[in-house]
Write a protein that binds this ligand. Structure first.
Ligand SMILES: Cc1cc2nc3c(=O)[nH]c(=O)nc-3n(C[C@H](O)[C@H](O)[C@H](O)COP(=O)(O)OP(=O)(O)OC[C@H]3O[C@@H](n4cnc5c(N)ncnc54)[C@H](O)[C@@H]3O)c2cc1C
Length: 286
């Protein structure tokens, strides 16, 4: 199908972009990599009067690594993350997850801000944002604010962003050396959205027991989930076969997916447990 008609603007400052969005009162959309928005236009699932292209806001395309963590400008592309050798130490979980996003051509244009704003429940970046409890920095007509991951994702393609707000940065907390982690995804074909995926990490104490366990899943709910009941299984435990089996069962018990054309609810429930199991096995090998 052809796209509906729309006006186009390509501002050179963040303030100009925000003013354009605000002036259209919900009838304008930011355009980043276009890899989700353009298909939405073509399918007539969106028909904004104005597209506000963010591509000239080059200050939003940067990766900063400090003691506080990794800050990704909203216009950082998947390829930028893949190519940044520093992230191998600074945030290996992020790089591992992003390797599952779509295909080369899409990774060349798609952005982290676009993915987080789009909020597909099966997308990897929202899963990493939720699992790591990242902060999302946004700016709108009434100023800048920071939104916690747990408050940001509100349902499928639904977030806490106001219509005049753009995401400027995603701030991932610091990643300590010695952290154990794993990311596992199952999709029908390489590059497809996940049927289910799991991100896990924990910090072993001197006795080798897990502390600060974080377990997140995607593809099994209307938004990315963090699973406190599974984290409770891991915290204070040695991550051996018995603990991993308990975590697998706790994951399946904690999620309540719907049936859809891709998989039954029962299959997804079981798959989520298997993804956590495999992610924990990978974490143990690191
Ligand atoms: C064939 C195909 C397969 C794909 N597979 C995967 C996959 O496996 N995993 C995955 O995660 N993604 C996948 N994607 C989606 C891809 O990763 C997109 O790039 C991403 O979801 C959106 O990023 P974008 O920069 O292209 O955003 P756009 O498409 O430009 O925008 C998406 C939405 O975000 C809004 N937006 C964009 N930037 C901002 C901002 N800074 N502030 C506020 N709102 C903003 C737009 O208004 C729009 O509503 C796939 C896409 C395609 C076409």
């Amino acid at each position: 199908m052809k796209m509906p008609p729309f006006d186009y603007a390509c501002p050179t400052t963040i303030a100009e972009a925000v003013n354009l969005l605000a002036a259209h009162d919900g009838d304008a959309k930011a355009l980043a990599g276009g890899q989700s928005l353009v298909p939405m236009l073509a399918f007539r699932l969106a028909s904004p009067a104005l597209l506000v292209d963010l591509r000239k806001l080059t200050e939003l395309r940067q990766i900063r690594i400090t003691e506080a963590g990794v800050t990704l400008g909203a216009m950082t592309r998947w390829r930028d993350i893949e190519d940044d050798a520093r992230l191998k130490q600074a945030h290996p979980l992020l790089q591992a997850a992003i390797a599952h996003v779509a295909h080369y051509q899409i990774r060349n244009r798609g952005t982290v801000g676009g993915s987080v704003a789009h909020a597909d429940p099966a997308a990897e970046m929202p899963g990493i944002v939720r699992t790591c409890e990242a902060e999302i920095a946004v700016i709108g007509k009434s100023g800048a604010r920071t939104i916690k991951a747990q408050d940001f994702f509100q349902g499928p393609l639904t977030t806490a962003l106001a219509a005049d707000e753009i995401i400027t940065e995603i701030r991932l907390p610091a990643w300590p050396a010695g952290r154990r982690w794993g990311f596992q995804e199952f999709a029908r074909r390489r590059g497809d959205f996940a049927l289910a995926a799991a991100a896990v990490f924990y910090d072993p104490d001197a006795a080798g027991k897990a502390t600060n366990a974080h377990v997140g899943v995607i593809g099994v709910a209307d938004r990315p989930l963090r699973l406190p009941s599974v984290e409770a299984v891991l915290n204070g435990a040695i991550i051996d076969a018995a603990t991993i089996a308990k975590a697998d069962a706790a994951t399946s018990a904690a999620v309540d997916p719907d049936d859809d054309i891709h998989a039954s609810a029962a299959y997804r429930k079981s798959l989520a447990g298997t993804m956590v199991e495999r992610a924990l096995l990978a974490a143990g090998r690191r």
